[in-house]
Design a protein around this ligand. Structure first.
Ligand code: NAD
Length: 418
């Protein structure tokens, strides 16, 4: 069987340095890795992973291998693979099938390759691996014991599969752990999305009108960081609670029909489809910049943008200029794929430390559990708490403990106004 397929083996030395740098900022994962090397809880386990092939993912792969697992890995987006990291992983003996700038066909070919290894546990980010297993590769389902899912969109798709009675094995929704979405989605996406926009454009955010579509965990992080750099943020929402929260956080809230005429920069992070479409593009200012940080490249209608345009030029890496029929120019970043991974490096290692520690501990939990009914599970509370406690310890932060009197008081109802 083919061992790996990557862009360029000679990039490995730089990849090893990148992984070393990431790993140095992932103390919780390192703690787990050290225990795994002694206890080997994943001995002889084949793991099939579809994750963004970044330096932080490589640190997770190292931890899983230290536990005794063999790994087959493909990217979870055609534009997010760090080719030097992929080369280093191949050198470490990982069956890695990933390359930056793939076509959709090549992307699914890599998923197929991972499934050829007959994984017992799957790690997914966006549920493309699980989707392929349940549609075109059902023969590989019999080996699978369980899996994990990293992101909001993947969890939504898996819950839809569960509801339809189609889900054939247990999946733990890592995204829904407190130590994942509160930090990774908010601070990780917040910082790295701004990083991607700046690397692609080097534009000044101060004084600009910055429209954030959505006010969920990712989008509120993006709004918070854009505001911190001096942008005037407008939020669009469909959920009344979240719109209210944005308003009370001091942000202007408006429908997209209104915001589209005002924005200098637009970012989607909703997990929804066609959030920015023709009617909005028709109103946008000349020079407006459009980017997406949601999982799939469906949030900005590329079809509409193409239809409205007469000319397209690549100005810089990850920056496409579209000239519209009326002469206005709109600038699309990273082909509408997640800008933080395509135009920057994804989340900083410090937040991925928590997300991937949850991944490692959930894989161990599944490996040790006899049988789990096919459904979507939340991360066991003890795992989530362990990750938070270890992270605080690594950061040198101590917190208080409840006294016995406080424990008793909080568990009883008799004591009222005194
Ligand atoms: N770029 C990354 O690295 C990264 C990281 C984590 C998650 N994600 C992805 O980002 C997306 C959002 O994740 P999340 O955790 O913030 O989800 P979330 O559910 O917390 O937030 C999504 C928000 O978008 C709003 N929304 C939906 N349709 C809308 C529309 N048409 N207009 C305006 N608002 C709309 C929803 O009401 C909700 O408040 C998902 O696709 C997720 O998989 C990306």
């Amino acid at each position: 069987m083919e061992e790996f397929q990557i862009k360029d083996k000679s990039l490995a030395p730089q990849g090893h340095l990148q992984i070393e740098w990431a790993s140095a900022h992932m103390p919780v994962l390192n703690h787990i890795k050290n225990r795994f090397s002694k206890e080997k809880p994943l001995k002889d386990l084949t793991i099939g992973a579809c994750l963004h092939v970044t330096k932080e993912t490589a640190a997770l792969v190292d931890a899983l291998m230290a536990g005794g697992a063999q790994i087959a890995l493909c990217g979870s987006n055609p534009l997010s693979t760090q080719d030097d990291v992929a080369a280093a992983l191949a050198e470490k003996g990982v069956h890695v099938f990933a390359q930056r700038g793939q076509t959709t066909e090549e992307y699914y070919w890599c998923i197929d390759k991972v499934l050829d290894y007959k994984p017992v546990i799957t790690l997914d980010d966006g549920a493309d691996l699980v989707g392929t297993l349940h549609s075109k590769r059902t023969e590989a389902l019999e080996n699978v014991k369980g899996g994990t899912e990293e992101t909001t969109t993947g969890v939504l798709r898996l819950r839809a599969m569960e509801k339809a009675g189609s889900l054939k094995y247990a999946i733990i929704a890592v995204n829904d752990a407190y130590t994942k979405y509160l930090f990774d989605n908010r601070y990780g996406t917040g910082q790295s999305t701004i990083d991607g926009i700046i690397r692609a454009t080097n534009t000044l955010l101060a004084g600009k009108t910055f429209v954030v579509c959505g006010y969920g965990w990712c989008s509120r992080g993006i709004a918070m960081r854009a505001q911190g750099l001096g942008a005037n943020v407008i939020v669009t929402e469909v959920n009344p609670f979240r719109a209210l929260e944005a308003a009370m956080n001091g942000l202007r809230v408006a429908p997209m029909a209104e915001a589209s005429a005002l924005g200098d920069i637009f970012v989607t992070a909703t997990g929804d489809i066609n959030v920015i479409r023709k009617e909005h593009m028709q109103k946008m200012k000349d020079g407006a910049i459009i980017a997406n940080s949601g999982h799939f490249n469906v949030e900005i209608s590329l079809k509409d943008l193409e239809e409205l345009s007469t000319k397209k030029r690549t100005m810089r890496p990850n920056l496409e200029e579209y000239t519209l029929k009326d002469g206005r120019k709109l600038f699309l970043l990273a082909e509408g794929r997640l800008v933080n991974l395509a135009a920057a490096e994804g989340h900083p290692s410090e937040v991925m430390d928590m997300s991937f520690s949850n991944q490692a501990l959930c894989v161990e939990h599944m490996a040790k559990t006899e049988k789990m009914t096919p459904k979507v599970y939340t991360v066991p509370n003890n795992i989530d708490e362990t990750v938070a406690t270890l992270k605080l310890k690594a950061m040198g932060i101590n917190i208080d403990k409840l006294t016995p009197e406080q424990q008793k008081y909080l568990a009883t109802w008799e004591m009222g106004t005194t």
